[in-house]
Design a protein around this ligand. Structure first.
Ligand code: KG4
Ligand code: ZN
Length: 340
C-alpha cells in the first residue's frame, strides 16, 4: 500500500544562509539556499547585516522551495525551524516566520537544534547517503562548534569532547583572513593545499587532556608566524601561498583527527560520522577513508551539499520529531547557545 505523504517544511536561519526545504517523510523534495554574499567584504559574518538579509530572503526562499517541490503550502503537515545555536537576530527572523505560518496554517511547529541536525543529516533518504547504525561517534566540525559525540539514538546524544575555545571552522577562517583570503576561507585553503607541501611549515598542536581540544593558540601562533615572515619578506605570502595553506590545514585537521582516534580507542565504537561545514574538507575525509581501508572503521561523510548549512537537515530532524509528537508550544525563544 502506498504510504500517506508527510510533508515537512524546514527553515534554517542561524547564521548567514537563509534556507528552506521540503521533505516528504525523510526524502528531500527541494533544498533551497540563499547565501549572503554581503559578508565577504567584511571578512566574516556581520550579525546586523545577516538579520536584515534574512528578512529580505525568507519569503522568496520558502516560495522557491515549495515551487521546486511542486507542493502547495496547504499540503504542509508541519514546520521545523532552527531554534539555535546561532546569531539571535538571524534566528528570530526564521522563528518568527515559522511561528506565524504555523498559526496561520494551524499546523505543528517543531524546533530543531542546528548541531543535532548537522549530525542527523545521515538519515536523509538519498542514494548518496550511507545510513549509520547506532551507536556511532558523531564529529561536528563547523564555523561555531567542534564536538565529539556518542550518538546512541536519534534523541540520545552524549558530548564526550569539545573545543575549550574557538571552533575549527573559525580557525580556518581566521588563518585565511590573515593571508588575505575571502570568507569563508576553509574551502579556499582546502583547494590551495592540494598544490602545497603540508610539512613545509610547522605549527604546534596543543596538548589538551582527554577528548577536548583547543584552537585559539593555533590561530595566534599562525598570525604571529605570518607577521614575522612578512617583516622579513613582504612577498612571503604570495611566494609560499600553497605551502602555507597546506601546512596550516595539516595541523588544524591533525588536532581533530588525534581526538577522533582517541574517542574510537576509548569508546571502542569504530563507526564515525562527520557533520558541519568542515566535514567537506578533503584532508579530513582522506584521513577517515584511510581508517576505513586499513583499520575497518565505518565512515560516514555527508555529500558536499549537506556539509554546510542547509534546511534539509532541519526538515529531517523535524520529521523525526514529528513522528514522536515532539512539538513546540508557540512561546519558545531562540537560543544563541544550546545543548542537546
Ligand atoms: O556548518 P557551517 O556551514 O556553518 C556553521 O554552522 O558554522 O560551517 C561553516 C564553516 C566555515 O568556517 C567554513 O570556512 C568551513 O565550514 N568550511 C571548510 C570547508 N568547507 C567549509 N573548512 C575546511 N575545509 C573545507 N573544505
Ligand atoms: Zn552549521
Amino acid at each position: 500500500m502506498k504510504q500517506k505523504p508527510c510533508y515537512i517544511l524546514g527553515i534554517e536561519s542561524s547564521c548567514d544562509e537563509t534556507a528552506a526545504s521540503i521533505l516528504n517523510h525523510n526524502k528531500v523534495l527541494s533544498n533551497c539556499i540563499t547565501n549572503q554574499e554581503i559578508h565577504q567584504q567584511y571578512g566574516g559574518v556581520v550579525p546586523e547585516l545577516a538579520s536584515r538579509a534574512h528578512q529580505i530572503n525568507i519569503i522568496p526562499v520558502v516560495k522557491h522551495a515549495l515551487d521546486e517541490a511542486k507542493i502547495n503550502i496547504k499540503q504542509i503537515d508541519a514546520i521545523a525551524c532552527t531554534q539555535g545555536p546561532g546569531l539571535l537576530g538571524s534566528l528570530l527572523v526564521g522563528n518568527s516566520f515559522a511561528k506565524s505560518l504555523s498559526m496561520g496554517l494551524k499546523i505543528p511547529l517543531i524546533t530543531v537544534n542546528h548541531m543535532h541536525a548537522h549530525l542527523l543529516v545521515h538519515f536523509i533518504d538519498d542514494k548518496n547517503i550511507k545510513l549509520p547504525s547506532f551507536p556511532f561517534i558523531g564529529v561536528n566540525v563547523s564555523g561555531g562548534h567542534t564536538q565529539i559525540i556518542i550518538v546512541k539514538d536519534y534523541f540520545d546524544l552524549e558530548i564526550i569532547g569539545k573545543t575549550l575555545d574557538d571552533a575549527i571552522g573559525e580557525a580556518f577562517d581566521k588563518c585565511g583572513k590573515t593571508i588575505g583570503l575571502t570568507y569563508p576561507c576553509g574551502p579556499i585553503i582546502d583547494n590551495l593545499s592540494k598544490h602545497g607541501n603540508p610539512k613545509k611549515f610547522k605549527f604546534p598542536i596543543p596538548n589538551v587532556d582527554g577528548i577536548n581540544l583547543s584552537y585559539s593558540g593555533m590561530k595566534t601562533s599562525f598570525v604571529n608566524f605570518i607577521k614575522k615572515e612578512k617583516d622579513n619578506d613582504s612577498k612571503f605570502i604570495s611566494k609560499n601561498l600553497n605551502d602555507i595553506c597546506s601546512s596550516i590545514q595539516f595541523s588544524l585537521i591533525k588536532n581533530i583527527t588525534n581526538k577522533i582516534e582517541l574517542a574510537v580507542e576509548k569508546t571502542k565504537i569504530k563507526s564515525v560520522a562527520l557533520g558541519g561545514g568542515v566535514s567537506g574538507n578533503s584532508y579530513l575525509r582522506g584521513f577517515l577513508f584511510e581508517k576505513e581501508k586499513k583499520e575497518k572503521w565505518k565512515v560516514f561523510v555527508p555529500p558536499m551539499n549537506y556539509t554546510t548549512d542547509n534546511a534539509a537537515m532541519i526538515g529531517l530532524v523535524g520529521y523525526l520529531k514529528y513522528k514522536k509528537n515532539y512539538f513546540s508550544n508557540l512561546n519558545h525563544v531562540v537560543k544563541s547557545k544550546m545543548e542537546f
